[in-house]
Structures are given as structure tokens and as C-alpha cells.
Design a protein around this ligand. Structure first.
Ligand code: NAP
Length: 336
């Protein structure tokens, strides 16, 4: 039998149940060993339904299980920081949900804890593992659009569950944290640089979270990336890079359709459609992570494709956007 990583999952979160846990189960190099919940009965039912070998009624107990080699952390955003550090201290490799934490400083502390304990830490931005995303980045780098002058992106949807964690400020809710983080990540990645200044305008919900936010990132070379994110608008996912010679566009940009997606390169009235077969981008992500975890455990060189420092850079931009939105749209510098 080929080597496989024993995963532990912290919580009975929806994203795990629907997409990431099934991806681990289907992966070629990982297996669902343990799940933990704050509620032992919920953990038991979840384990039986989801195919986990063991279950625990607390996150601490799962981390104490020495058979768990890697943990997947789909907790509310405010809990990513403490539980990543706790997992690092027990020697587990860590795949943590996006956004990696609430601030760049928290991300750096998580990175330091992972390094101090010699474990891997990666933010679970699954869209980066889709072959279309990789091709889009490569085409922009190769000059397919000429010099990029604008990046336009959106991630909006309508959240109807009243008590959802995304509406709770104390848990790190809000549209920017939940879906705007994808737009910021795609903008920085496609720009191949960090923005120097940002502006944002938000609509605020009852608990003080941004339920919708529009933002702009200004890069040193004059490139501007602007985006919309919302928990209160019809679903839209889009990324476009507009350059001096062409525009490159991806719809369903983050949660790609399972039956396949396109890139569209447009020059004036001419359009070229590049098709990509359907893939499970969650499975590609967990397989990459497990490959690196296996390599590390075998004493071989191991590095995740997107290190925690990249998550810290994303959070520095998100923090500046939130400062600007709270100041009614005043420009704010990005403090790395
Ligand atoms: N990559 C993606 O495609 C994607 C998609 C959706 C969400 N996410 C990310 O995944 C994370 C979880 O999102 P989700 O929508 O799956 O959340 P969710 O369904 O609300 O699950 C969060 C889980 O955290 C546990 N928890 C611990 N303390 C909690 C508290 N004080 N309040 C509420 N829950 C608490 C609960 O599990 P127990 O009670 O069992 O302990 C709960 O089931 C977030 O960071 C989000 O940004 C990523």
C-alpha cells in the first residue's frame, strides 16, 4: 500500500462535511482518521456519516492523538490562530482555512509556531490548485495581455442563515474576511506584487460586520485592482486582467464548476476560449499538502506551494482595506 497521511479535522464545519472531508477521503495519499467537535454526540454522528475512524468530544483530545499526522482546521476565522498554534505544538502539519487569521501579526505568530515545531502550515485557498488558475497566472506573466493595467474581481453571494458565523464580528465575520479575501489574493497574485495603498467602502450589518464591501488596491507601477464582495448580493464570481493588448477573464473564478471552466482571452472583437476539464480543486490541494507532509516525515525536503508568509501578506492588505472602510474610504497604506 502506498503511504498515506492520517488526517484529523477540527470541528463538524459545513465546508469540511460538504467538500474538504470528501476530498481527503478520495485523495490518493490521505485518510480521514479523526474528527473532533465541541459536542461529543455531534462528533460521533459526524464520524459515522463521514467515514472517520475515531471521534472526540474536544479539539484538545484530537490533538493529543499521536496517530493524527495532519490537521485540517475549518473553524470560525477568529479561532484559526489559537488552534493552529496548539496543533503546531503537538507536531501536526496544518492545513488551515482561509483567511489564515484576523491580522498579519497573527499569521506571523502562526508561521513562527509552525517553524519552531518543524511542521508545515498552509492556508486552504483551494482555487489556487485549479489548473485554470495556474494557467491564468502563467499567461499574465508571459505577457498574454501586454502590460496589466487593471484587475477586476468579484465574489458575492446571498447568505440567508441568520446565525451564521459570517454575521458575527467576534468570530471574524464579514464579507471581506469571508469572500473578499479571495479577490485580494487573486489580485496580488496576478499583479505579482504587493499593493502600496488601498481604499474601501462598506455597508455594515447589525453586529458591526461588513455585509458588502468594494475596494481598490493601488500598486507601485500604477496598476489598480478593484473588487466587490458581499454576503447580500446575487452570486457572482469573476476575475479579469485587463492589459495594454488584451483582456483575460475567468468566470466561476473561485468555486469552479465541476463540469469544466474556461479562460477567455479577448483582443478587440476577437475572443479565444481556452477550456479546462472539471477537477476537484479541494482534492488537488489536500493531495499537494499530504505529499509535502509525507516528504517531511520521511526526512526529505518539504515545502508547501503557498507558505504562511503569503497568508500574512494577504492579511496586511485586508487589514488596510478594513481601516479604510471604517474611515469612510480614506486611502490607507499597506503596512507589511
Ligand atoms: N475554502 C472554501 O471553499 C470555504 C468555504 C466555506 C468556508 N470556508 C472557511 O471555513 C471555515 C468554516 O466555515 P463554515 O461555513 O464551514 O463554518 P460552520 O459550518 O459554521 O462551522 C464552523 C464549526 O466550528 C466549530 N465552532 C467552534 N467554535 C465555534 C463558535 N464559537 N461558533 C460557531 N462554531 C464554532 C463548530 O463545530 P463543532 O461544534 O463541531 O465543534 C462549527 O461547526 C471559515 O474559516 C470559512 O472562511 C472555506
Amino acid at each position: 500500500m502506498s503511504a498515506s497521511i492520517a488526517w484529523g479535522v477540527l470541528s463538524t464545519a459545513n465546508i469540511g462535511r460538504k467538500l474538504v472531508n470528501p476530498a481527503i477521503r478520495a485523495s490518493c495519499n490521505g485518510r480521514l482518521h479523526a474528527v473532533a467537535s465541541r459536542d461529543a454526540a455531534r462528533a460521533s454522528t459526524f464520524a459515522a456519516d463521514g467515514g472517520f475512524a475515531v471521534h472526540y468530544g474536544s479539539y484538545e483530545e484530537l490533538l493529543a492523538d499521536e496517530r493524527v499526522q495532519a490537521v485540517y482546521i475549518p473553524l470560525p476565522n477568529s479561532l484559526h490562530h489559537p488552534w493552529t498554534i496548539a496543533a503546531a505544538e503537538t507536531g501536526k502539519d496544518i492545513l488551515c482555512e482561509k483567511p489564515l487569521a484576523l491580522t498579519a501579526a497573527e499569521c506571523r505568530e502562526m508561521d513562527a509556531a509552525a517553524r519552531a515545531n518543524g511542521v508545515l502550515l498552509m492556508e486552504a485557498f483551494m482555487y489556487r490548485f485549479h489548473p485554470r488558475t495556474e494557467r491564468m497566472i502563467a499567461l499574465v506573466r508571459e505577457g498574454a495581455v501586454g502590460a496589466p493595467r487593471a484587475i477586476r474581481s468579484a465574489f458575492t453571494f446571498k447568505l440567508t442563515r441568520p446565525g451564521d458565523v459570517r454575521f458575527v464580528a467576534a468570530l471574524g465575520g464579514g464579507a471581506l474576511m469571508d469572500v473578499g479575501c479571495y479577490c485580494v489574493n487573486a489580485s496580488r497574485t496576478l499583479a505579482g506584487a504587493e499593493p502600496v495603498e488601498v481604499q474601501a467602502w462598506a455597508t455594515w450589518g447589525g453586529d458591526g460586520v461588513d455585509t458588502a464591501l468594494s475596494g481598490a488596491l493601488r500598486f507601485a507601477d500604477g496598476l489598480v485592482a478593484h473588487f466587490d464582495c458581499a454576503l447580500t448580493m446575487e452570486r457572482c464570481e469573476a476575475v479579469q486582467v485587463a492589459g495594454t493588448d488584451a483582456t483575460l477573464a475567468a468566470d466561476a473564478s473561485f468555486v469552479a464548476r465541476p463540469d469544466g471552466v474556461d479562460l477567455v482571452l479577448a483582443r478587440g472583437r476577437e475572443t479565444e476560449r481556452l477550456p479546462f476539464a472539471g477537477v476537484d480543486q479541494y482534492q488537488l490541494m489536500v493531495e499537494h499538502f499530504a505529499d509535502q507532509a509525507l516528504a517531511r516525515r520521511a526526512g526529505k525536503p518539504a515545502a508547501v506551494r503557498y507558505p504562511a508568509s503569503e497568508g500574512a501578506a494577504n492579511m496586511a492588505v485586508i487589514e488596510a482595506l478594513l481601516r479604510s472602510a471604517r474611515a469612510g474610504g480614506q486611502p490607507q497604506p499597506v503596512v507589511p
